[in-house]
Design a protein around this ligand. Structure first.
Ligand SMILES: Cc1cc2nc3c(=O)[nH]c(=O)nc-3n(C[C@H](O)[C@H](O)[C@H](O)COP(=O)(O)O)c2cc1C
Length: 147
């Protein structure tokens, strides 16, 4: 059995964490690492390392990007999970550049909508209310199963 860890940043509404909790229920051996509690970690023992984040200013949270730069060993299998108010693929670019520089093998990407009350959206009660939905959450579990 492959050892897997997911390092995450999920501070806006815990949207991304909802996906991870569902994945963890499916695979109790999965290690979840909150980057805000653990700025450094030894990841050498893991075969697969996921990075999961809400989108912040069109990329993964800066703290998570820094974590990857410092702690990701070379030549690991990696995958990415993202929630966003306005999901677009470019949000993966910064994290994918970092993992590529470390000659990691990308296994997949999953993205869905996440409730967003940032900035002007607060005035209208937020956008993407109710996201991630049950379907989006089970989609994340399916994604993980198929890695
Ligand atoms: C400071 C800040 C910046 C954000 N920037 C973006 C963005 O550039 N694009 C986007 O689609 N959503 C953006 N969002 C919305 C979040 O990506 C979205 O709500 C996400 O689901 C939050 O994930 P989390 O609850 O796991 O932290 C931003 C939210 C905050 C608080």
């Amino acid at each position: 059995m492959k050892k897997t860890a997911i390092v995450y940043y999920s501070k806006h509404h815990g949207n991304t964490k909802k996906l991870l909790d569902a994945i963890k229920s499916f695979d109790p051996d999965l290690e979840l690492i909150d980057v805000t509690e653990k700025p450094e970690a030894n990841l050498t023992e893991y075969d697969r390392i996921g990075f999961a984040s809400g989108a912040y200013y069109s990329k993964f949270a800066e703290q998570l990007l820094n974590f990857a730069k410092v702690n990701l060993p070379e030549q690991k299998g990696v995958f990415f999970i993202c929630t966003a108010g306005n999901p677009v693929k470019v949000y993966f670019n910064a994290i994918a550049d970092i993992t590529a520089e470390k000659q990691c093998n990308e296994l997949g990407r999953y993205m869905c909508k996440g409730f967003d009350t940032f900035g002007p959206f607060k005035l209208v009660g937020g956008i993407q209310k109710g996201h991630p939905t049950e379907d989006e959450i089970s989609g994340a579990v399916e994604f993980y199963k198929n890695l």
